[in-house]
Design a protein around this ligand. Sequence first.
Ligand SMILES: *[C@@H]1O[C@H](CO)[C@@H](O)[C@H](O)[C@H]1NC(C)=O
Length: 210
Amino acid sequence: MHLSKILFFALLNASLGSAEQFLTCNSGIKVTHKSTGFHLTSSEINWGSGSGQQSVTATSQNGDSTSMWMVVENNDAAESCAPGTVMSCDSVVRFTHLVTGKNLHSHNFRSPLTQEQEVSAFGEDGKGDGGDDWKVVCTKGSNWSTDTPFYLQHVATGKWLSSSNQARFNQQNCPNCPIVGQLEVVGIRQKSDASIWVVQRGAFLLDKDA
Ligand SMILES: *[C@@H]1O[C@H](CO)[C@@H](O)[C@H](O)[C@H]1NC(C)=O
């Protein structure tokens, strides 16, 4: 899917879906780490270690379109899911980063700060591989909604998407990095409070920050 199409769907969804609680296929969303309030984001800089792929971190910046992701069908799905389809709480999905068209990804590389499993953004125009699939595991309910705190389990490795205030990029561990002040995002073996996320739908694309 081309980026222009992705952006179009996200805008369509944002304008139609403001009152809707359930998360639907092709929703443009922001994914927020529950305990820190930081947002899952990616920027066009590559990891200087590990895979060397595009970085994924958590940022405190709000209202920034670089933190927008689109929820799409998993890598093995025969066809695109229809926009508006309610996603159940055990869905396997991908998250396509709107600004760069790359998918939230993980694999057997070490993360730069804590040496946990690295998380990156991978692929082109929303097309990547099986390492882009994540299972939504809700803490309650049967449909994934804006009121549902949830975990994301990386399907290929079983690791849980997590972040922490204790793993922050700063001038010591990342001199002059554009991601100073942001938190590392990793896959960990045992899910914990650090692995709980919440989601917001929205028209964040309308701001011109990025
Ligand atoms: C979940 O979503 C489906 C499809 O929209 C709907 O039929 C069902 O009632 C929802 N379940 C709950 C518990 O709201």
